[in-house]
Design a protein. Structure first.
Length: 80
């Protein structure tokens, strides 16, 4: 638990330095990855939410996982 606002700021600064050090180790991309437009993303959300529920461990939950993974793979994301 944070004891003060100063602890919060210090934590942010530490995380920012960690992120900057990790950024140099990321692989270089030859091209910008495709970014879907807002209509496409909204359509994905509508399709995902079309089932009555998506509770973890249920067939509907697994269907939702497969849907999201498929959309990411179609968008060019690897190692989904």
């Amino acid at each position: 638990m944070l004891s003060s606002y100063g602890d919060l700021i210090t934590g942010f600064r530490r995380r920012r330095r960690e992120a900057a050090s990790l950024a140099g180790r990321l692989p270089h991309l030859e091209a910008d990855p495709p970014v879907p437009d807002s209509r496409t993303i909204f359509r994905w959300i509508e399709e995902l939410c079309s089932t009555p529920h998506r509770r973890p461990g249920t067939p509907e939950g697994h269907q939702g996982e497969q849907y999201v993974a498929g959309q990411l793979e179609e968008s060019g994301v690897v190692n989904v």
